[in-house]
Design a protein around this ligand. Sequence first.
Ligand code: 48N
Length: 323
Amino acid sequence: MAPSAISPAQQHAQLAVGVKKVKDAGATVEERTDGLTKPLSEMLGSWDDFTFAPIRESTVSRAMTRRYFADLDAHAETDIVIVGAGSCGLSAAYTLGTLRPDLKITIIEAGVAPGGGAWLGGQLFSAMVMRKPADVFLREIGVPFDDEGDYVVVKHAALFTSTVLSRVLAMDNVKMFNATTVEDLITRPSDEEGAAGVRIAGVVTNWTLVSMHHDDQSCMDPNTINAPVIISTTGHDGPFGAFSVKRLVSMKRLEQLEGMRGLDMQRAEDAIVKNTREIVPGLIVGGMELSEIDGANRMGPTFGAMALSGVKAAEEAIRVFDL
Ligand code: 48N
């Protein structure tokens, strides 16, 4: 595929909220106009006389709690739940939120900080590599990158993660509950021909700090969200990882997990994207969680498969939802 026709600077200019064309040595170039053009204090007034508008503490408490419990009420019934807001889950959320603004999308993320393993590129290095054609998704969400031919490099992984996260959180039809863990799956008898057992019909949640203390506290029952379609992208096995596929085995809905195999970048990324799919009726698995079922290789410090597995999981979820 030909290297990008536009320079990183031009790509960056395209991202600018305000862009104006200026003459520079005879050529017409684009100049970013967003951002501060004068000290903010000119609009705030003198720092010496500075004061905020008045507030009462209970007003702040009500502003938070009223919205949170209204969101819980609104999302108790939802169209598609995404479990895990890593690079795969966030890419799925972006795709669903934009392709289907009519659907109610709920993201459940165990960490206080969403993003999973995508805040750094690998071994704490900051740059993030994505192999083409994943650059198509970067362009879609507006992340600038260096074009290196067969792959592209985002200068900091956090630039990708914070950009897709901010786009998703700004969407009217998407709500993320972070610091919240999916502790179980809601099931119904399956009416699918040949799919002995159950279909998935929602998730069982608890605040993560509660989930972490079931062994040292008396019973702290969970909450629930009903949904016809779940996308699970909880990462490869680990303290929190591979949640849904491990639960399918423990509820005897899957025989066993093949387990993630050794690192083979080329094979791993193709397999994860190609095999992102509905594992049991109502449950789609993507990202590195999938490697645990299929025995796919791991890919190491490259993230294109995470982004495009999320895109595919979203398209698969729309297909299932519209059945
Ligand atoms: O980033 P992860 O772990 O998962 P993915 O699949 O989005 O991305 C994987 C990617 O970061 C890699 O592993 C890279 C490509 N390396 C590969 C390699 O070979 O080493 O995100 C999963 C998210 C996390 O934010 C977890 O906190 C969250 O899922 N999570 C959960 N959220 C809610 N309920 C749960 N039960 C749960 N379990 C995990």
